[in-house]
Every structure is written in C-alpha cells, then in structure tokens.
Design a protein around this ligand. Sequence first.
Ligand SMILES: Nc1ncnc2c1ncn2[C@@H]1O[C@H](COP(=O)(O)OP(=O)(O)OP(=O)(O)O)[C@@H](O)[C@H]1O
Length: 336
Amino acid sequence: MSDPLLKVESLTKHFPLSAGILKKNGPVVRAVEAVSFSVEAGETLCIVGESGCGKSTVARLLMRLMEPTDGRVLIEGTDIAGLKKHELRAFRRRMQMVFQDPYSSLNPRLTAAQIITEPVENFERLGRSQRQALAADLLQKVGLGPEIMHRLPSELSGGQRQRLGIARALSLKPSLIIADEAVSALDVSVQAQILNLLMDLQQQMGIAFVFISHDLGVVEHIGHRVAVMYLGRIVELATCEALFAKPVHPYTEALIAAAPVPDPTRARLEAPVEGEVPSPINPPTGCAFHPRCPLAVDRCRIDVPPLTSMADGRAVACHVRAPASANAQPDMVIAG
Ligand SMILES: Nc1ncnc2c1ncn2[C@@H]1O[C@H](COP(=O)(O)OP(=O)(O)OP(=O)(O)O)[C@@H](O)[C@H]1O
C-alpha cells in the first residue's frame, strides 16, 4: 500500500514559559500532545475544537514553521525533519497555507498580480508575458476578473482578498493546502462562496486540505473527515457523516449540541457542556475532559484514554464510550 500524502505521528509541542537556563525543567504550555492522523490525496481533513486547543500549532508544525517537541510529520513517507534546506524548499512547493486574515498575510505594497506570481518567481524567472498569463490564469481559477490584476490588497473586499490568498497558494500547484480559519473573518454568504470555491478546486486539481476551524457548520459543509481536538489531543476522529449523525465522545456531543442548528428539522442534542477549558500549563490528570464530563468515572481521573478505533471505523479517546478492549487498536488512524 502506498504512503498517505500526509502522515502525522505522535506530534507534540510544548512551549517553555521560562527563558534561558530555567527553560529546561520549567513549566510548559502543553499545546499539542501526541497527535496522530493521516490525509490522503484529494481529501479534506478538518481539525475542529475550541479556542486554544492547539489547532494553529498543529498547522504550524505541519508547515515546519516551528520544530516539534516530539513526533514526526511525513509527506508521502518522507520525514520532513530530516530534510536539508533545499529539499525542504522543494517540499514546501507541495504544501501551501491559506491564513485567516488575508489582509495581514498579503503584502500591502504589491499588486494582485505580483502577489500571486511571487511564489513561482521564488523558484524560476518569469518574463513579463509569462507573468501576465500566469496571473490571469490564477485569477480566473479563483473567480476574479483580470481587472483586479493591478489593484492593491487595500482596494479589494475581504472575499476578494481571500480569493487572492487562495490564488497565491495555488500558484505552485500544491498537493496539500493547510487552511487555518480561512473563512472565519468573512461574512456568512462570502464564507459559502469561498468554501464552494475550495471544493471546486479540489475536484478539478485533486488538492488535499487540512482545514482548521472552530465552526462546525463550516466543517460539516467542507469536510470528508474530522478530528476533534480538546486541550492539545484528538478525542475523536471520524468521517463527517458519522460524526454529525452520531458523535461518540462526550466532548464532540457537547460541541455539536452548542453549535447553532442550520437545519431546523434536525433536533438539538442534549445541553452543551458546562465550565471552561482547563489551562494547558497544568492540565487535569487522566482524561483532560473529565472535570467537565457528565460520564466521568474514576479511571478517567487517572489514565489518559488512548485513541481507540471502533467497529464503525472511527477512533475515540474515551474510557466510557470507547473502552480499549483486548482487540482494539489504540492510536490507530482511520483512513479516508
Ligand atoms: N508561541 C507560543 N508560546 C507559548 N504558548 C503558545 C504559543 N503559541 C500558542 N501557545 C499556546 O498554545 C495553546 C494552543 O494554541 P493554538 O493557537 O494552537 O490554539 P488554537 O486552537 O489554534 O486557538 P485559536 O482558535 O484561538 O487560534 C494555547 O494555550 C496558546 O496560548
């Protein structure tokens, strides 16, 4: 069997709170703890969870914008940690990122055409006509007209700027795009247009997405599979269909219950979870969700539940709902 496009194994990131010599054994923010998943070519894996659960840190680790404390990121079987600078550059061509705020991530002094051709020009020299043709083609791909070509980001609407950010990401023909809250700053109607654009591009170009969002409505619209994170860990990983039809982890259940219901014929689930997300500096022992969990038993206060695959193919980390039996496979990642 061939390697998945992206494989993440036990990825962990702790941020030290102290500097200098105190750094080594001082307190840390446990932003990401032993996160494992894989993404197949052409697939959309969503990562969802409340603010501070570690979603953006996972994105930055995937792009190797920071070093992990532990764990590995493999692209088609190659560990990106072992790559030399020039090899990493070649890999980066295949992985691009789209950010939440297209305004701050686009150079305000460059025109739209310069912004979207810049990544290609980092690798090869383009003549004037080649640059024009590339810019026109990319603008067309994201539904923008050629009249945008000479405008600055400040002369564009939020939706147009995000389309420009996507065009820039597409310029190097990536096989994977990491979109971190890519539609959160946009109006709901513009959000839907951008999500549909991403889905069309996926169909046409076979791009895979890691789509990070706190918005379950967005995730349900765009995702093939969903990883639900709580305090740095994945607590449930399932197909979108299975997750929304029947969440298994009590936290997933609570998240879905708390989300606005776009379809009035769909019944709301039970009351959302009470209380605050605990601090990642001093997380609860055992299952980090136990202080807020209505189902918690003694074991939940002591042992961290492993992500265990269930009969229907999903993986859940819960001693009560997904007890690890003799033949279950902890930390197994379900394929798409
Ligand atoms: N550079 C850093 N130094 C110290 N702590 C950090 C750093 N970056 C992130 N954190 C902490 O790590 C935890 C996870 O942050 P992260 O931004 O990954 O969460 P998130 O789920 O993306 O949240 P949001 O949706 O609010 O962006 C948070 O407690 C955050 O404060």
